[in-house]
Design a protein around this ligand. Structure first.
Ligand SMILES: Nc1ncnc2c1ncn2[C@@H]1O[C@H](COP(=O)(O)OP(=O)(O)OP(=O)(O)O)[C@@H](O)[C@H]1O
Ligand SMILES: [Mg+2]
Length: 251
């Protein structure tokens, strides 16, 4: 299921937008009493337990915590890629718990950009096509022109026609960043975006990520194991065993 985040789904391009608008626009993340359980081989596991989290527009927030504490799961629920069983889930003014699959796909297309540790590019598409994809889904006639500009902004103007397999790890993550931010999303979600890169390349990617998020005015939620990086954000949230143990209620 998580792989479905690798690219926007074309299946719902014709669906009418579902509004379910609720939270104020200045609070892109408003989560209360959120619970997520998933079925594992040994039965149901409680992954997120009573999460309260609010993040203000334009804030840059890091999410840290031990492996298995639920960071990726929380990000997936906020992106509408995993369905919570209980609680309030108001993201960018939409009540995600009331949206259908098509509504969630439209919500992501219009509001959210996601960057993963392992890039999630479409291997059979060139860099240019990967970045143009979400722009085409959002109905932009100038998708390829915009994609070219976005790739040039991340320093890849000379690699437009390369396929992911013909790019270095750092270059692939630049493409993924360009793709995530091409539609000027209100919310940028990043899950250990430098986890597969060497230190220097990772630093370059982080500089780009902060710079682009600022230019686009995107609110940033960044999962990281790097405490130095976490400290560069406006606020740091710590998770442990499915709960937020500090930093959750900063809004
Ligand atoms: N599809 C699933 N079914 C059942 N359990 C799952 C599923 N996905 C994740 N889990 C469990 O949920 C818990 C939280 O996983 P999650 O991936 O959110 O952790 P994380 O904090 O992102 O860890 P890491 O730092 O290693 O990436 C783990 O115990 C994991 O085994
Ligand atoms: Mg994770």
């Amino acid at each position: 299921m998580r792989d479905s985040a690798s690219a926007p789904s074309p299946s719902s391009t014709a669906a009418a937008p579902e509004t379910a608008a609720v939270s104020p626009a200045n609070l892109p993340i408003n989560v209360k009493g959120l619970k997520l359980s998933l079925k594992g081989p040994a039965g149901t596991v409680d992954i997120l337990k009573n999460i309260d989290l609010s993040i203000k527009a334009g804030e840059r927030v890091s999410l840290i915590g031990p492996s298995g504490s639920g960071k990726t799961s929380l990000l997936m629920v906020i992106a509408g890629l995993e369905q919570a069983q209980d609680g309030t889930l108001e993201i960018c003014g939409h009540n995600l718990r009331q949206l259908s699959e098509d509504g969630l796909a439209l919500f992501r297309r219009h509001h959210v950009g996601i960057v993963f540790q392992d890039f999630h590019l479409v291997p059979s598409m060139s860099a240019l096509e990967n970045v143009a994809l979400p722009l085409e889904f959002s109905g932009r006639a100038d998708a390829f022109e915009r994609a070219r500009e976005e790739l040039t902004a991340v320093g890849l103007g000379h690699r437009l026609d390369h396929y992911p397999g013909q790019l270095s790890g750092g270059e692939q993550q630049r493409v993924a960043l360009a793709r995530a931010l091409a539609t000027d999303p209100e919310l940028l979600l990043a899950d250990e975006p430098t986890g597969n890169l060497d230190g220097h390349t990772g630093e370059t990617i982080i500089e780009l990520l902060f710079d682009l998020a600022r230019k686009k005015g995107s609110t940033l939620l960044l999962i990281t194991h790097d405490e130095g990086l976490a400290a560069r954000c406006d606020r740091s949230i710590t998770m442990r065993d499915g709960v937020i143990v500090s930093g959750g209620d900063g809004a």
